[in-house]
Design a protein around this ligand. Sequence first.
Ligand SMILES: C[S@@+](CC[C@H](N)C(=O)[O-])C[C@H]1O[C@@H](n2cnc3c(N)ncnc32)[C@H](O)[C@@H]1O
Length: 449
Amino acid sequence: MKQQKKNGLPREETAAAARVLAEAARVVTLVREGRSADAALLQFDQSPSRSAIRAVSLGTLRWLLRFEPAVMTLLARPAGQTPLLLRALLNVAVHQIEQSRNPRESTVSAAVDAARLLNLAHAAGLINAVLRRYLRERETLLAAVDEDVAAGAAHPAWLVEMLKRSWPDDVLAILAANNEHPPLTLRVDLTRIGIDDYLGQLQRAGLAARAVDWLPTAVTLEQAVPVSKLPGFKEGLVSIQDASAQLAARLLEAQPEQRVLDACAAPGGKTGAILELVPAVDLLAIDVDGARLQRVADNLRRLQRNAPLQVADLAGDLAWWDGRCFDRILLDAPCSGTGVIRRHPDIRLLRRADDIAALALTQSRILRNCWRMLAPGGRLLYVTCSLLQQENDAVIAAFLAGTADATAHRPAALPLAVASLRECPVGWQMLPGGEAGGDGFYYACLTRA
Ligand SMILES: C[S@@+](CC[C@H](N)C(=O)[O-])C[C@H]1O[C@@H](n2cnc3c(N)ncnc32)[C@H](O)[C@@H]1O
């Protein structure tokens, strides 16, 4: 017999909901303290509730900058003086109230129970009172927040200002795309299986999917599923990779037998894409982070591909380099990640305005070093998953202005008919979402005289 209902949900369901809210509040607190959401979620990898904890945590992080100002006005103390864990629990609860189908009253009860699980029993009365008042006043509270474009779209104000400067006509569409759930896109290894054959395998597995019309290797699933459910994943027939990221390997225009440098390679998404596209290249993958480079090794093993890997700081002195030049260099530079906010909502909280100039400096430094390793007549593809002109065209334009033997090149594989791909003065920007459906990426291709 089902146990007695508590505020519209059976009692055991409220208890499970309370546990998820408590764990999500812990994750949100860790992110507030500077940890990435992926790192904060690692501890729940083995939990039977991991998908629920992940969904609630990421959903809360996605909307926190809209819901927090609404609920914090109900506290007597300013938000800054409220302990992070208590703030996080209120944010998680408000996110559930606004976005889940559970009865709202039951979310309030679950939040009060969650407070006890988090050793916040002393604040249970406060949480109950604040959330009940939120339920009564939510429309007015949210309407007040929504008067500000940045807060209404749950983005930091500095980022909206920078986006406006880079994309004045597209900023609202970008904010809307950042708030959507990202599609699950696969890269199919066309050397091992045709796209129609793979779509057939997906269909037989009961997974609805369609080919991406502007990219021959890409398939988008209608619903995300764990990789264990994907036919051929373990054998390396497919990888998870957004279409805009997959495009980079094509724009590199590598030819068989060429020496290719995959600079800033980890975790190896583009390494795999290059090797599947042109298996006979002589590729070296480099990253400064040894632990992340291990993930390149794991990915290549699954894909049944091989490449030497090297830990090196590409912003440093190149002492490791043997002097042999590369015909193609893919520089997938470290960046703000402002093009992939829909996948990583924690970027809204973790990035600061000051980071952008510092990133641009590192990007320029790595670019100059990579140029030294490029053979005459060779090509370098500069890629970021940023939407900010400071990290993209500005870096490349300044480099071109100061480098006599560098010219911009237009790769033949650019899907120019796709409306989300915008031509910049030097490179090309894929905006997130829209008709193309991909992440936000920037590409610039340079040829050495
Ligand atoms: C955008 S990620 C690369 C993603 C990768 N290309 C892929 O497709 O999976 C940027 C990478 O740059 C690396 N990185 C950052 N600074 C670096 C440096 N100074 N030298 C080499 N790699 C660096 C980071 O460790 C990170 O793995």
